[in-house]
Design a protein around this ligand. Structure first.
Ligand code: KG4
Ligand code: ZN
Length: 357
């Protein structure tokens, strides 16, 4: 039986500063401070601005997570009395942003003399489905699609110690494609939510856009072709005298349809090849309603069990980092000897390894 454990996790890999506390797999608190308004006018994340905002936000966010979990009190006492271990995203991500979270976590671990678990950001997304209260066991083997701003990967998990990337994007990540498509269509940043909103009023059948690698046997993804096709089509239509505002929604709907269809098709195909029963969706793009609905329907049609996290746990957050750190505790005892603060750094190996097949 693994030891009972309460973990305080920190996430700062990109543009969200986040802290969360999990006790024996049950989430006690989760706080996210989003930097979206700071980066909006630049149309994308500016690394230096992100790192500075993490410096300002990190301690208040950690304090809020402590208060949310245990009530008001001196943060030092709350940590001393309640927290058994810390966890932090050690990569991948923006180096300046990661360093802020990792430095803070190392300092906490050293000063409170408690272990520090380094977590792979993508493994955090992969474990975000286990934040759900109805998820009492881990149904190994399972397949997880992580679709975020920087990654689109299918991960085949056989145990907490065995996670393999079986396919990935050959060019843009799905979220990156949403962000670029939004910019092509003159819609706001971040692109995923603005494309989804525009697509709500659009006709996805009016314009047909290609699906990357549709006819190929591979389970890999590709989104650069649909993005280029969108740019070409938009330029042609505007060149013919159509107003962008009149075609935005239809183009957004067609683009979303193309990305959603290839994500769903390739995942189901891989699940059937691997004979897995459980498929999970995660990452920022998993917040997309059309994608969630399409996955749900396809899984049902193929007799697969499907799960996706609540929307707040799809985009970056520390609850998912806490969930992955909790999985580490299932592998063996956690102590300052097995997980010392000085072993955790941005470039070092995280606790749950993600291998490439
Ligand atoms: O996982 P995440 O918060 O950060 C990374 O690890 O990259 O993902 C952010 C990405 C962005 O590209 C954003 O446009 C996309 O997730 N995203 C969405 C939606 N909400 C966020 N994409 C499609 N539909 C959405 N509703
Ligand atoms: Zn992420």
């Amino acid at each position: 039986m693994p030891q009972p454990i309460t973990i305080l996790a920190i996430e700062s890999s990109c543009d969200e500063t986040a802290a969360a506390i999990i006790r024996d797999g049950k989430l006690l608190s989760s706080v996210v401070s989003s930097q979206i308004p700071l980066h909006q006018r630049f149309g994308g994340v500016v690394p230096e601005i992100a790192a500075r905002a993490h410096v300002e936000q990190l301690l208040p966010v950690v304090e809020q997570a402590l208060t949310q979990a245990f009530g008001k009190g001196d943060p030092r006492e709350l940590i001393d009395q309640n927290i058994d271990a810390f966890a932090v995203t050690s990569g991948p991500g923006l180096v300046g942003s990661l360093l802020i979270g990792v430095s803070a976590a190392r300092t906490l671990s050293l000063s409170f003399n408690k272990p520090l678990i380094p977590v792979h950001h993508i493994m955090g997304h992969a474990y975000s489905n286990f934040l759900k209260s109805d998820m009492v066991t881990y149904p190994f083997p399972f397949l997880t699609l992580v679709a975020s701003g920087g990654h689109t990967e299918l991960i085949f998990s056989k145990s907490h110690a065995d996670h393999k990337i079986i396919s990935q994007t050959r060019d843009d990540a799905a979220g990156e494609a949403f962000d670029k498509a939004a910019s092509i269509l003159g819609l706001g940043y971040p692109g995923g939510p603005s494309i989804a909103k525009a697509a709500l009023h659009g006709d996805l059948k009016r314009y047909v856009l290609p699906q990357g690698l549709r006819k190929e046997q591979t389970n890999d993804f590709s989104f650069s072709g649909v993005k280029t096709a969108l740019l070409k089509l938009k330029n042609e239509l505007v060149g013919q005298g159509l107003k962008l505002t009149d075609i935005q929604s239809d183009l957004a709907a067609s683009f979303q349809h193309s990305v959603v269809t290839s994500l769903v098709t390739k995942t189901i195909q891989a699940a059937e090849q691997l004979s897995v029963e459980h498929i999970f969706l995660s990452g920022g793009v998993a917040a997309n309603t059309a994608l969630r609905e399409s996955f749900e329907a396809a899984a049902k049609h193929h007799g697969l069990i499907f799960s996706v996290p609540e929307i707040q746990y799809c985009t970056d957050n520390a609850a998912m980092i806490a969930a992955a750190a909790y999985a580490v505790t299932q592998l063996g005892p956690i102590s300052t000897t097995s997980f010392p603060w000085y072993d955790v750094d941005v470039q070092r190996q995280p606790a749950l390894r993600l291998e490439i097949n």
